[in-house]
Every structure is written in C-alpha cells, then in structure tokens.
Design a protein around this ligand. Structure first.
Ligand SMILES: Cc1cc2nc3c(=O)[nH]c(=O)nc-3n(C[C@H](O)[C@H](O)[C@H](O)COP(=O)(O)O)c2cc1C
Length: 165
C-alpha cells in the first residue's frame, strides 16, 4: 500500500479542515502534519499538500517547502481562498505552486473557498491591490462548508484511484 502524507499550512483553520477531511477518507498507512512539523519526505509515496492563498499567491513557508521538494514524487495540491472558486486570484496561486514543482508528478488539484476574518477583510479592502478579492470574500463566510468537505473527499478518492491506475 502507498504511504501517504497530508501536509498543510493553515493560519485560521480553513485549510486544516480540508486537510483533515481528505485525511479521513484515505487508507492506511497515512499521516497528517502541519508543514512546519514535516521532518522528512522520504518513505512516502503520495503527498497531499494544502495551503491558503495569500496575496494572490502561495504563502512563503509553502513556497520554500515546494521549492525543496524532491523530483519525481506523486502529489496532489489543494488550497482555500476567500475569492470565488475559479477566480483569477485562486487560479494564479495554484499555477504558481505548480510552477515550483516542475519535476513532480501532479495527480490533481482542488480548491475551495475559506472564510476571512472581518478584521482581515476590512484591512485588505483598504489596499487597492487586494480590494477585489476582499470584497468578494464577504460571501465566503460559511466556507469551507459540508459541500466543500464532500468535494474535497471526492477529490482525495479520485487522486487515489489515479495513483493506483
Ligand atoms: C494575509 C492574507 C492574505 C490573503 N490573500 C488572499 C488573496 O490574495 N486571495 C484570496 O482569495 N484570499 C486571500 N486570503 C484569504 C485566505 O486565503 C482564506 O481565508 C483561507 O481560507 C485561509 O485559510 P486558513 O484558515 O487555512 O489560513 C488571504 C488571507 C490572509 C490572512
């Protein structure tokens, strides 16, 4: 059986919720760890790596982690974001994450919305370069919801099927 690692970065818990949902439907042997606790990558066959979109991109700790990822590994990416799913803001971050992994074997990617604290939204709405997503983010307040969780779990099952196909 494949040994699976679910690794995530999460400041306010949204990405962690999705990471845990994915982890719950994966078969053993498996582990789940916040990114800053990942000690080694050898010994795992499949990686699910999750992050929140920060300033239209990938948070620095995640960027560093992805840059140092060994080549040839099978991975699946997931992210959460305040903007609408499929918006330029959510797509660009994922595309950037992929560009950091030119030698990885990507099995799939998943994104969903995640609530932004009212304080953070208020702050970002004052910054011209962030106003668009911050205004959009008002309607993300109930995400990730049970449909997002179900979709993430479907995604995890699909990745697993691809891994074994
Ligand atoms: C510093 C910061 C920057 C953010 N930048 C963006 C952004 O550019 N686009 C976006 O859609 N959401 C942005 N968000 C919203 C987060 O991506 C969203 O709330 C995410 O679900 C948070 O995940 P977490 O709870 O796992 O930290 C930002 C949030 C923070 C705190």
């Amino acid at each position: 059986m494949a040994k699976i690692l679910v690794a995530y970065f999460s400041l306010t818990g949204n990405t962690q919720t999705i990471a845990q949902a994915i982890f719950d439907v994966l078969p053993n042997p498996k582990e789940i760890q916040p990114l800053d606790q990942v000690k080694y990558l050898e010994g795992y066959d499949l990686f699910f790596i999750g992050f929140p979109v920060h300033t239209h991109s990938v948070p620095y700790p995640v960027e560093n982690f992805l840059k140092s990822f060994p080549p040839g590994k099978k991975i699946a990416l997931f992210s959460t974001h305040g903007s609408h799913t499929g918006s330029r803001f959510s797509r660009e971050a994922l595309e950037h994450a992929l560009s950091l992994l030119p030698q990885a074997h990507l099995l799939g990617s998943f994104t969903c919305r995640g609530k932004v604290s009212p304080e953070a939204r208020e702050l970002f709405q004052k910054l011209p370069e962030h106003r668009a997503w911050a205004v959009m983010a008002a309607s993300a307040q109930h995400h990730p919801d049970k449909n997002d969780i179900a979709d993430a779990q479907d995604f995890a099952r699909w990745v697993l099927a691809l891994y074994y196909s």
